[in-house]
Design a protein. Structure first.
Lengths: 227, 362
């Protein structure tokens, strides 16, 4: 029996994860060629490294096919209903910070918060004959947030990438997306809506509550990681 | 196919009862085009209905209710007056962890009749009372029409009345707006600064200076709203007496016969609701004529405000204490206008869930 640890398979997120574990005496590394998704673990017993898409890690944790995984809070909350019954937060890792925010064109001088967005949505629908479109891939989180605030007369349109460009391309009037620096928003003539973000996200080490992981191995690993 | 043989048999019994009351049986497709439902209910329906897609037909939903397809069919080629009944499954996503069924049978009865709304309301209510029989259920009624009349009678700008009307079915938001328009709550954060910064400046220039004009919402729409906001800053608060009348309407809970008297009293202070209060009294008489014991009915001023947002008059429900209604319904005149593309007809109806009736009996 081993503990299966899912880690994003590429980019900054993978490198920062490797560094975080490395600083605690657990060495994660890719093996084989650059292109091969295989990994090795040293410094602790019984842990198997599985490199996978960050977007799939929440689902695998929830179903218990992996015991541990590193991914963003945003993805866990968006993808898994009742996530905290299936997944436990072990530690926030202190990198991969990003906020899920709503943004509108900068020239909308009349809009600073959700209250304005709601009023604009009503006027937009009356003027254009359809509901104001908000482009996002975070449907659940955005819908819950807007329901809570009592925003009506909008619709979500799916956007899996280049979301900031949708307003200029006239496929949406506003967007909801993850932003870390705001530079992309700025470059696309958008501004963040005032008030707290929909969600503050960061890279987090999660454990599955459904995988039936070996308690001894888990205790050894968490002790080693100082959790 | 949902339901045990007992539930099916109960559904058949109700279906036959509604037919014997003079309704024509009708069918509706299980797959409904998303567009109409989305337009009507908004994004929330995506959280509540099962959505699927077809490469040819586009986004489809598993029928979340019968009302919309039945009204559509009637508005296209229905005779007048008309009474319809239907029986079949509806599909609703439930909150994660909820014990509620996501697929269940509904049997419904809908009346499209211009002649006399009060008697049509009474006819539907009495029929549903007969359908649930002596099951130990609490019968509640309400009247969204009274609240609508109150909002439309408020002494304030047309814009403020429209904002309140739009949120009648979202109680928390409605309350926040009402408090603000009464001058009892702050304007949204940043509003005063925004308006202050506009002082004496050309609005079009402000918009132009804020950033390049992108997207379908045009600069003219932004300046128009800025002008509206500036105007709204100077609007007088809604008179305190009218706010307390609205609160009295919302908080009124009493037996239906006493509620009629109380509504008449509120109408003396706030004459705008007089016709609606009289309509309520007329309906109560129609119910009595049908043999309904109105003293045993509970009137709730806020009944029907959090469910589907198409009821705009009489509303009713039969439920066990603290449980989902076994049967519910109401008047939805505005819906026929929306789906009738210019044509409209007064309509009232309701649905009953046979499995909840059977559950209660066993």
């Amino acid at each position: 029996m081993t503990l299966k640890l899912g880690v994003p398979s590429k980019g900054r997120l993978m490198e920062d994860t490797f560094a975080w574990f490395g600083a605690r005496g657990v060495t994660l590394q890719r093996t084989g060629s650059d292109r091969e998704y295989a990994g090795a673990v040293s410094g602790v017993e019984g842990v198997e490294l599985i490199l996978m898409s960050a977007g799939e890690i929440p689902r695998e944790l929830a179903s218990g096919r992996i015991d541990l995984g590193v991914t963003g809070t945003d993805l866990v909350r968006e993808k898994i209903a009742l996530w905290d019954e299936k997944i436990e937060t072990l530690s926030e890792l202190g990198f991969g910070h990003a906020d899920l925010i709503l943004a509108v064109p900068r020239f909308w001088a009349d809009v600073s918060g959700l209250d304005d967005l709601d009023a604009v949505a009503a006027a937009f629908r009356a003027e254009h004959g359809f509901r104001l479109r908000i482009a996002t891939k975070y449907h659940r989180l955005v819908r819950d947030h807007l329901r809570e605030a009592g925003v009506a007369d909008y619709q979500l349109v799916d956007s899996q990438g280049a979301t900031e460009g949708t307003v200029k391309n006239e496929t949406a009037e506003a967007i909801a997306d993850i932003t870390s620096s705001g530079a992309t928003l700025e470059a696309n003539h958008l501004k963040v809506l005032g008030g707290p973000p929909i969600l503050r996200s960061q890279a987090t080490l999660f454990a599955s509550k459904t995988s039936g992981a070996d308690a001894g191995l888990m205790a050894m690993l968490t002790a080693k990681l100082g959790l | 196919m949902s339901g045990t043989p007992a539930i099916r048999a109960e559904a058949e019994r109700l279906f036959a009862l509604f037919q014997s009351a003079g309704a024509v049986s009708v069918e509706a497709a299980i797959l409904q085009p998303s567009e109409v439902l989305l337009d009507l209910y908004g994004e929330e329906i995506r959280a509540r209905a099962y959505v699927t897609s077809d490469p040819e037909l586009g986004e489809q939903m598993l029928r979340p209710d019968f009302t919309v397809p039945i009204v559509q069919a009637h508005m296209q080629d229905g005779a007048e007056p008309a009474r319809y009944t239907y029986m079949g499954e509806v599909f609703r996503k439930q909150e994660a962890g909820s014990e509620r069924a996501s697929e269940f049978l509904q049997v419904g009865y809908e009346v499209f009749d211009r002649a006399n709304p009060a008697t049509a309301d009474a006819e539907v209510f009495a029929l549903f009372a007969q359908a649930v029989g002596d099951a130990p259920l609490r019968a509640s009624i309400g009247d969204i029409g009274v609240l609508i009349a109150a909002v439309q009678g408020l002494e304030t700008s047309a814009r403020r009345r429209a904002a309140l009307m739009r949120h009648i079915w979202r109680p928390a938001r409605f309350r926040a707006l009402l408090d603000r328009f009464a001058g009892r709550a702050e304007m949204p954060e940043g509003r005063a600064e925004l308006i202050g910064a506009l002082d004496g400046l050309d609005l079009a220039q402000i918009v132009q200076g804020a950033g390049p004009e992108i997207g379908l919402r045009r600069a003219g729409e932004v300046t128009a709203r800025l002008a509206a906001l500036r105007e709204d800053m100077d609007a007088a608060p809604i008179p305190a007496g009218q706010i307390s009348a609205v609160n009295a309407i919302l908080n009124l809970t009493d037996s239906a016969d006493k509620a009629a008297g109380q509504l008449a009293e509120i109408a003396n202070q706030f004459p705008a609701i007089k016709p609606a209060a009289q309509g309520f009294a007329k309906r109560l008489n129609a119910l009595k004529e049908r043999g309904v014991d109105v003293a045993a009915l509970t009137y709730e001023g806020s009944y029907g405000r959090t469910s589907m947002e198409y009821y705009d008059g009489f509303v009713f429900g039969f439920a066990r204490e603290g449980a989902a209604p076994v049967a519910s319904g109401g008047r939805y005149d505005a819906l026929t206008r929306v789906l009738g593309q210019g044509r409209a007809i007064p309509a009232v109806g309701g649905v009953i869930r046979p499995e909840l009736l059977v559950e209660g009996a066993s």
